[in-house]
Design a protein around this ligand. Sequence first.
Ligand SMILES: O=c1[nH]c(=O)c2[nH]c(=O)[nH]c2[nH]1
Length: 301
Amino acid sequence: MAIVLGPNQYGKAENRVVRVIRDSSRHEIRDLNVSTSLRGDFHDAHVTGDQAAILPTDTQKNAAFAFAKAKPLGAIEDYALNLAEHLLAQTPNATGARVSVEEYEWQRIQVGGVGHDHSFVRDGQGTRNTIVTVDDSGPARAVHVVSGIEHLTVAKTTGSEFRGFLKDEYTTLPETTDRILATSLVARWRYAGTDVDWDATHAAIKALLLERFATIYSRALQQTLYGMGEAVLEAHPAVAEIKFSAPNKHHFLVTLLPPGTENPGEVFIAADRPYGLIEASVVRDDAPDAGSAWSAVPAAC
Ligand SMILES: O=c1[nH]c(=O)c2[nH]c(=O)[nH]c2[nH]1
């Protein structure tokens, strides 16, 4: 029997990088949450304590901030690709670098119908993100970009049913042909390559996800997710696959008092837990190999 070091990775998590572009009096703001991580042969750092092969997490943090000074900062995917390649180049024992970025969006505050020059309000329609992996562990470098959105909270007040399901001695749920469907969507999609207009594609996919959620008549959240994924793959050849994680935010019809008060789908209690958790991937059957693109990605089934 021998005890050996298993898989390991290290980096600086959640660098809150804020970049103000102040070339004129009309400022712009970019607000990022950046996490870096390196994989490779870091045996000695763990087993003997020799740190000769280690690029400190503090240095990784400094690089994350330094790369935000580039003008313009660009799409988060380009920023993450540049930073991942840099970290890999600086660390000879690393065989892989991962940079994950969330971007918090700010809108200009409207004053008298005009966007203010330097005052902003946070936008609440989901958080854009990307996870870039540069993997040198194989014969050729593999670069993976998985982008997405989370906390995209959506609801529809009709056009959703749930019926025809299995029933056993523990089933109490009544069948319904008209219910509220609501979720806080996490969607992540893997690009087949890196020759992509990141901002335009992300905006188009977000708009398409919302449009499909609104217009698909839902027989179940599972069917809605599949329909949204299918639409994204049909419209965007650059996307190889898409994964969803969707809590079913249940809304239960309330029995109103006094007894006999009717409630034809008007007053609901929004239950926060437990919740159904529906997760699905929609894939092209000829998609290029995912390699390590999804490893350690939260909520990727
Ligand atoms: O859309 C749904 N999918 C389910 O699998 C499920 N299960 C459940 O109780 N309610 C729902 N709703």
